[in-house]
Write a protein that binds this ligand. Sequence first.
Ligand SMILES: Cc1ncc(COP(=O)(O)O)c(C=O)c1O
Length: 408
Amino acid sequence: MTTLGTEAPAASVPPSSVHEVFRAVDAYDAHQKSPAIRLHVGEPAFRPPPSVAIAIATAAAAGRTGYTTAEGLGELRTALVRKLREHNGHDTDVDRVFVTPGSTQGLQAIMQSLAAPGTEILLPALHWPIYLQQALLAGLLPATYPLDDHLRPDLAALAGLPAGPKILVVNSPNNPSGAICDRRLLSELLELAHRRGWWIISDEAYEHFNYDGEVLSLAALEAERDVGERRVFSAFTFSKSYGMTGWRLGYVTAPTPRQASLLQVVQEATIVCPPQPIQLAGVAALADDDAISRNSSFVRANRDLMARALRGTGLMATVPEGGWYALLDCAATGLDADTFAARLLAEEGVALASATGFALRPPFSADSDLNAIDPSARHLLRLAFCGDRNALLEGLARLVRFTRRQCR
Ligand SMILES: Cc1ncc(COP(=O)(O)O)c(C=O)c1O
């Protein structure tokens, strides 16, 4: 058991299950003739368009390789403002847009810029585990909030929280569930945040992977308010939309000029600047409109194939509305999710992520267990359906075979 104490903040941070599964699968591959089918990780089958590789090579050859400002290159930020206005409906400007080495770093910077002593950060009961690590490192006080039957934020539960400085994290489309918050829920969350003086961090990493409904960005809903009164930070990434996971390119927006100036200080001290050739590659990616619709159609078709393959197995409670992941429920097999994942890997060479790692439950204290899990996740597993189609279909066939064996 790991507990909080008088050590450095990192000593209280639980390891990310996402990274732990990675290591387990690498260890499996090292001892097997054929590698595991990797359905545990959101690594897409598609890569960035050729114009992106050309842009980075051109930047390197032309010597555009020096430092930029901490906030990023003006030409990329100008292009991002255009995208944010035209695609997301934001009312923003270059001074409030920051290019970041992956949106992960942008999220960390936002948390650091908001980490006044005693500030709580509210994470969904099922959440991307990096949020929790970042919150603890920033000195925030993490707590989880319940989800409704559709795995969306439970508004009534949030409204019942006591007063105090808070940051609400909203992730739609969601990792790990694929749930999407509709306009009404987003408006109500925003209204609540304004009433209570909370900040919102809206993580829109999967903005372009929305299969059934409208794409809505939370900050667009406060575009009519005075800039000084806004509450929503937004985080976006090139990793998902353009298949640029290893390039490490994302961007975040600050709601107000004051918050932008705090973010700027964090970025100066943390990254000095995002790498210039990667930023120029980002300018090229933004110019390719077709890549996004191609990539989104590919993942949607994978989702549909997955839904068909799992029909009748009892594994899939709901078809994800967006994102790259589906939550599977293995309760009918009599196995818990950790055992199911370990045995599926050992017996069939298929890797899934147990959702228990997405359900750690703060607050942590000297006598609380860092490994406390939200009970709703005990039988849930996350399957990534964004990868190579043949590997996905083979992995699903093995998964169904394994599940049937347990249910006999
Ligand atoms: C919900 C969510 N937010 C943010 C990220 C970070 O992506 P990146 O740092 O590659 O931009 C991920 C990556 O898996 C994610 O799932």
